[in-house]
Ligand binder design. Structure first.
Ligand code: CAA
Length: 286
């Protein structure tokens, strides 16, 4: 079985060959568990508040940011997977933490401001979503680079039912991904959609079938990315993300400059040389 050796907190309760996520947690355990894929190239970060359906409390988010920064700095990590439990990727920001907060406090302390740190991570991050991805959970998922979910995934922005609106990208990223009409439907009615619908609407990259394990699929995607040269991977991520913020002419210029600059790398010589010589390339990441 692919991941049982590397994910101590996840137990298989399923027939051989399938990994089911059931995080076993005690109050002293970290709120984010860190492990590695079998070939060590992918860091797997597992949100670990299963009893609270991985509600994204401030301490949990701080730990997630710290683990992400650690993985970004670690040269042996070439891609990152973020996942939750089988029942919940994350059921949103922690409502019990938020319910008594006042405007002055959340404004002065820039509440949720640290959630945007994920944007600074240079390595690709793949989300593996099973179960609830609600409110902040859906927003966290959308802030990752690629999303794999299963048919049991449930995406929604239910903030309207709490007397608020999404505060971590739910109106901005969702609209870019699925369009205004569907985003309005989700934000103003709290409509829930399943994994297959999320795939059809372009919210996720792939929705895997019931016979497949979503974390294993996400790790496979991470390992594929990890098998390529790091400089080109980082440039690809930077260029795609820039398209979300730049007008087309500036985006095209940035893309062309990044493309041209890759001709200064050994990996470009190696990749094209290996193609011409009909051999497998060996990346030096420089
Ligand atoms: N915050 C805090 N605790 C949460 C939570 C959340 N977002 N979601 C679930 N929990 C807790 C529940 O309070 C419960 O705790 P107790 O056992 O101590 O009572 C535990 O997790 C299990 O939850 P349920 O008993 O409710 O489980 P369920 O299977 O019956 O229902 C659910 C699951 C439909 C996801 C339901 O828990 C729910 O609706 N959760 C809230 C979802 C939500 O509104 N999210 C948006 C939050 S606001 C936000 O995220 C703002 C933003 O833009 C960042």
């Amino acid at each position: 079985m692919l991941l049982t050796r590397t994910l101590p907190a996840l137990r298989s309760t399923a027939p051989a060959g399938r990994l089911y996520l059931r995080a076993m947690s005690t109050s002293t355990e970290p709120l984010v568990l860190s492990s590695r894929s079998p070939n060590n190239s992918v860091a797997i970060l597992t949100l670990n508040r299963p009893k609270a359906l991985n509600a994204l409390s401030s301490p949990l988010f701080d730990q997630l940011n710290a683990e992400l920064e650690k993985a970004d700095e670690d040269d042996s990590v070439r891609a990152i997977v973020i996942t939750g439990s089988e029942k919940a990727f994350a059921a949103g920001a922690d409502i019990k933490e938020m319910k008594d907060k006042e405007f002055a406090e959340v404004y002065k302390r820039n509440f949720l401001g640290t959630w945007t740190k994920i944007k600074d991570i240079r390595k690709p991050i793949v989300g593996a979503v099973s179960g609830f991805a609600l409110g902040g959970g859906c927003e966290l998922a959308m802030s990752l680079d690629l999303l794999i979910c299963n048919s049991r995934a449930v995406f929604a922005q239910p903030e309207i039912t709490l007397g608020i609106i999404p505060g971590a990208g739910g109106t901005q990223r969702l609209t870019g991904l699925i369009g205004k009409a569907r985003a309005m439907d989700m934000v103003l009615t709290g409509r829930k959609i399943d994994g297959k619908t999320a795939e059809a609407w372009g919210l996720v990259s792939r929705c895997v079938g019931d016979e497949e394990n979503v974390v294993e699929e996400a790790v496979k995607v991470g390992e594929t990315i990890a098998s390529f040269g790091r400089v080109a991977v980082q440039a690809g991520k930077e260029a795609v993300n820039a398209s979300l913020e730049l007008p087309l002419d500036q985006g095209l210029r940035l893309e062309r400059r990044l493309f041209q600059s890759l001709f200064a790398t050994q990996d470009q010589k190696e990749g094209m040389g290996a193609f011409a010589e009909k051999r497998k390339p060996t990346w030096g990441d420089k």
